[in-house]
Design a protein around this ligand. Structure first.
Ligand SMILES: [Zn+2]
Length: 242
């Protein structure tokens, strides 16, 4: 039987073997956040999960269940749920602690939700943990370090990149018939407090272009492959130093 990679599906015996052979854990993170009219609210987390599943197979790593706790965020927009920086750092710190207890030598924390605040939060959590532990942690958005020069897009919000990745990973969840260029941003809620005083952008939502012809599952597949290849190489690099 092929080796399992999802921790929640492993028996104790399978888990023990997996940790002994390759003590690498992947934690994919994202949030619920408005992603225009054609993509699901869970796009960031789902996209990250889909990529992380492939990475776990390629790198023979152990994939944890999805983490949905992240920081701002288009908080005022329809369907968005975010949490405070302190809480998210705390949760991540306790994940690291638990994974070290389970035998992790390398933790790969990947966020499919971006923005400087989310990236700062996960990198700080990782750096603070590594300062007093021998565990190595890669903490980054999935696109970091990937060469996109051969692609017609790079990481974005609900634009060509995310739409193509979702088409490749979850074709049933993309509704291109709902796509429109002139999009009113659905400001539904009062802003919540956050550590940076960040407020959602105002005005109309603007896409880079009408990408209905350019976004495709084929492009999504190529993007996913480039991301997985890069991250697998990063894992090997880090493991060489353990
Ligand atoms: Zn997104």
């Amino acid at each position: 039987m092929a080796r399992k990679h999802k921790m929640e599906e492993m028996t104790p015996a399978e888990f023990t073997v997996a940790v002994a052979e390759k003590p690498v854990f992947i934690l994919a993170t994202g949030i619920l956040e408005w992603h225009a009219d054609h993509l699901p609210l869970g796009t960031d987390a789902l996209k990250m999960r889909g990529i992380a599943e492939r990475l776990a197979q390629e790198a023979d790593a152990i994939l944890l269940p999805q983490n949905w706790f992240g920081v701002v965020g288009y908080d005022e927009m329809l369907g968005t749920i975010t949490f405070s920086k302190d809480l998210v750092k705390h949760i991540l710190g306790e994940y690291f602690e638990n994974l070290e207890k389970l035998g992790a030598k390398l933790i790969v924390l990947l966020t499919g939700h971006y923005g400087p605040y989310q990236v700062e939060t996960i990198k700080e959590a990782a750096a603070e943990y590594m300062a007093h532990s021998k565990v190595r942690i890669i903490a980054q958005p999935e696109y970091e370090g990937v060469d996109f020069s051969g692609f017609p897009c790079e990481a974005d919000h609900a634009d060509k990149y995310e739409t193509s990745l979702m088409m490749a990973l979850y074709p049933d969840l993309v509704q291109m018939d709902r796509w429109k260029n002139e999009l009113e941003i659905p400001y539904e809620y009062e802003p919540r407090e956050n550590a940076w005083g960040y407020r959602s952008p105002r005005g109309k939502w603007e896409f880079s272009e009408d990408f209905r012809e350019q976004a495709s599952p084929e492009l999504g597949e190529r993007l996913a492959k480039a991301i997985v290849e890069h991250l697998k190489a990063r894992i090997d690099e880090e493991l060489a130093q353990v």
